[in-house]
Design a protein around this ligand. Structure first.
Ligand code: GLC
Ligand code: CA
Length: 495
């Protein structure tokens, strides 16, 4: 069924698993690797082709595991290396590939490299970015200055995220070698690829540190602390290494909305695909914006990742659908028929709504907690601090899924996901076909996918109330989605 000259990941629908909250196997309230293994049949039945596992490595968990203290092991709360091996085998036996998250921009300050660097041990002296004086105005993405004083070394180190996540110094060639060893370990285990965390933030250019970031409307614009000269070269080295193993997929998270910038990290020996936020992170539902981005990405030659949710965002069901299942169906229809690589987020098929943040105790995420503490220090009331922190917090999509609560009903959203996944598997035009006409008429979004054998048209009525008039004569209806007052989505075979 698969084409000879397209790669497996271009034909695959991925499913993001946020390990701490996906499935808890031992009742301690925390998701774990055996829990993931127990859901392999569920994922297979749904038709998912690959999973992305977020970090499960040993970590002080300041940023929920994106602060790694040992890249060669499994955090005990998620299981053991043997559990990982079993999960990988079970997934592969079910025909599901596995990519793992790799955090190579920074390590936890609990990592032994950092501890040795603080002691100024020769080998580790330049593993991180140290300065006698704070050289610039750069702010961390989580809170305040990106420079933190270290009592041991009597110097400042750089951290783009929390102060417990020290950035590695990619100007030091030793870092690339260390990172290759990490990748080798997981490749030898048989993983099918990696998702490289915040990869365009690597610090590869010493000269950039002499430039202050500009400020706009009272907040800092991140200009010189990302996309530095040298990042592409580092990505090319990582890519060349990963691809010494056949058939691996290298996905990189690109924190930038500029389409040329996103595009510049992919193809030609770089990333196989970029995890790009320009489409998926829209704050409110806006089909005009959706159509505009689809056209612009196509014109820029980007084969995008398609998603509306991740562990860093509010859930699409609450954020974009007003918790209306009919709307959720239309989003699924778009995600699974548009051009790109779909990344479903755990639970969107149920559908799950945002976890509510009722008090400061519900603020688990570092970004939300810092915001809360900062406002209290500035003399704001707890209520005001919570209101502000709620906008910054990333806890909404991280609640533990209670699978017992979600029994299947006929005509359920999950069934639609399953049907759409099957449709995508069966039609090459939907997987890798190029776009034909794309048009937005009022709330009606129409696009064509042109494959080698057939042409498929998708019409989605985002008004939720309309009747889609019949398509051109002679077409075959592949799928109809009935909404409130009639048909709100249609996939037709034109030729
Ligand atoms: C990525 C992760 C996010 C994390 C950040 C720093 O954006 O998705 O959860 O906080 O990197 O590692
Ligand atoms: Ca558990």
């Amino acid at each position: 069924m698969m084409e000879e000259n397209s790669k497996w990941f271009e034909n695959t629908v991925f499913y993001e698993i946020y390990v701490p909250s996906f499935c808890d196997s031992n009742g301690d309230g925390i998701g774990d690797l055996p829990g993931v293994e127990s859901k392999i049949d569920y994922l297979k039945e749904m038709g998912v082709g690959a999973v992305w596992l977020t970090p499960f490595y040993p970590s002080p968990l300041v940023d929920n595991g994106y602060d790694v203290s040992d890249y060669f092991a499994v955090h005990e709360r998620y299981g053991t290396i043997a559990d990982f091996d079993r999960l990988l085998e079970a997934a592969h036996n079910a025909g599901i590939r596995v990519i793992v998250d790799m955090v190579l921009n920074h390590t936890s300050t609990g990592h032994e490299w950092f501890l040795k660097s603080c002691e100024n041990q020769e080998k580790y002296r330049d593993y991180y970015i140290w300065r006698e004086k704070i050289p610039n105005n750069w702010e961390s993405f989580f809170d305040g200055s990106a420079w933190e004083y270290n009592e041991g070394r009597h110097m400042y180190y750089y951290h783009a995220f929390s102060r417990e996540q020290a950035c590695l110094n990619w100007s030091n060639p030793a870092i690339l070698e260390e990172c290759k060893e990490i990748l080798r370990f997981w490749l030898d285990k048989g993983v099918d690829g990696f998702r490289l965390d915040v990869i365009n933030f690597l610090k590869t250019d010493k000269a950039a540190f002499t430039r202050d970031n500009p400020c706009e409307d009272g907040s800092q614009k991140h200009i010189y602390d990302k996309n530095q000269k040298g990042v592409r070269e580092a990505v090319a080295e990582l890519s060349a290494f990963v691809h010494t193993y056949p058939d691996k997929f290298l996905l990189g998270e690109i924190g930038d909305d500029d389409l040329q910038t996103i595009q510049s990290y992919t193809g030609c020996g770089l990333l196989d695909a970029a995890f790009n936020f320009n489409l998926g992170s829209m704050e409110k539902w806006d089909e005009a914006y959706l159509a505009e981005q689809v056209l612009a990405m196509d014109a820029a030659g980007i084969n995008p990742t398609l998603f509306f949710s991740s562990h860093d965002m509010r859930r699409q069901f609450s954020r974009l659908c007003g918790e209306n299942v009919e709307a959720a169906k239309l989003l699924a229809l778009f995600l699974l028929t548009a051009k790109g690589i779909p990344f479903l987020y755990q639970g969107e098929e149920i559908p799950l709504a945002d976890t509510r943040i009722k008090s400061s105790r519900d603020l688990q995420d570092a970004q939300g907690r810092y915001a809360y503490e900062k406002l209290l220090l500035l003399g704001k009331t707890e209520e005001e601090a919570l209101r502000y922190a709620k906008e910054r917090a990333r806890d909404y999509a991280r609640g533990l899924i209670d699978w017992k609560l979600h029994r299947e009903e006929e005509g359920s959203l999950k069934e639609l996901y399953q049907g759409l996944l099957m449709l995508r598997r069966e039609h090459e035009a939907l997987r890798t076909g190029k776009y034909g006409n794309i048009a937005l008429n009022g709330h009606l979004f129409y696009f064509e996918r042109i494959g080698r054998q057939e042409k498929i048209a998708v019409t989605i009525d985002f008004s939720l109330t309309g009747m889609i008039s019949e398509g051109p004569g002679g077409s075959t209806v592949l799928l109809e989605i009935m909404g409130g007052n009639g048909c709100t989505g249609l996939v037709e075979r034109l030729a």
